[in-house]
Design a protein around this ligand. Structure first.
Ligand code: HEM
Length: 206
């Protein structure tokens, strides 16, 4: 089936609960593994903040590259990812809400100050993420209209991609030992979007 919709309607609604269950299970396993392998301490909470962001990063990447990848190849696996783009996006938001809980708990327990830039840029990203989550259903698209929906989700997707890649790249350059593979994945995803946007002259890039 050739997917040509550009209005964001859900294409694999029946699979949504599988994605959500898998995301919650992965988060639970992450929590269990982390807090059973090391003593509950500030360091453990800091690691949980990091690992929750890594889980949400992979789910975000799945939703961020689905449409541009599908533009380049109609391979079955990519077509399936394209059909599940909304499911991946909603699962990302759920995983990132868990990151929000983890970071609030960590900042409270550690007493570590948070700079204003992180609160404004990171907080703004959460506001946009919640708006994208709230509009990830067909009724909201009809209310918003396809053009406004596309504007919100295009801006939001790029803004979130920027925060992920900036956090990892600046963390790596500052010597915080952020995994290079995550930085490379982030930049490759952004370059893929730019490449497909130029290739399709903004036709189907979302
Ligand atoms: C007000 C909002 C936010 C605050 C206060 C915040 C705070 C934090 C803190 C304290 C850490 C752990 C730093 C460390 O010790 O390594 C962290 C890690 C991280 N955060 Fe957030 N964050 C916020 C929003 C976001 C958003 C919106 C994103 C992505 C769109 C994000 C992505 C990340 C990533 C990628 C990491 C690093 C994970 C790793 O080490 O692999 N954060 N955040």
């Amino acid at each position: 089936m050739d997917i040509k919709r550009d209005n964001g309607f859900g294409l694999a609604k029946q699979a949504l609960w599988i994605w959500i269950a898998a995301t919650l299970l992965a988060s639970l396993v992450l929590w269990g593994w982390l807090f059973s392998s090391i003593a509950v301490s500030v360091d453990a909470w800091q690691l949980w903040v990091r690992y929750t962001a890594r889980l949400s990063f992979f789910l975000f990447l799945a939703s961020y590259i689905a449409a541009p990848l599908y533009e380049l190849t109609k391979h079955g696996l990519i077509a399936s990812l394209r059909r599940n783009r909304r499911n991946a996006g909603i699962s990302f938001a759920i995983a990132h809400i868990i990151h929000l809980y983890a970071l609030i708990a960590y900042l409270y327990i550690s007493g570590e100050p948070t700079d204003m830039v992180t609160i404004i840029v990171g907080g703004g990203a959460y506001v946009v993420m919640f708006a994208m989550l709230a509009s990830s259903n067909d009724a909201a698209i009809r209310r918003l209209g396809a053009v406004n929906w596309r504007r919100l989700h295009k801006f939001g997707a790029h803004y979130l991609a920027f925060v992920f890649v900036f956090t990892y790249t600046s963390g790596y350059l500052a010597g915080y030992g952020k995994p290079l593979i995550l930085i490379l994945l982030g930049w490759v995803a952004i370059l893929l979007r730019i490449f497909v946007m130029i290739k399709t002259r903004g036709g189907t890039e979302k």
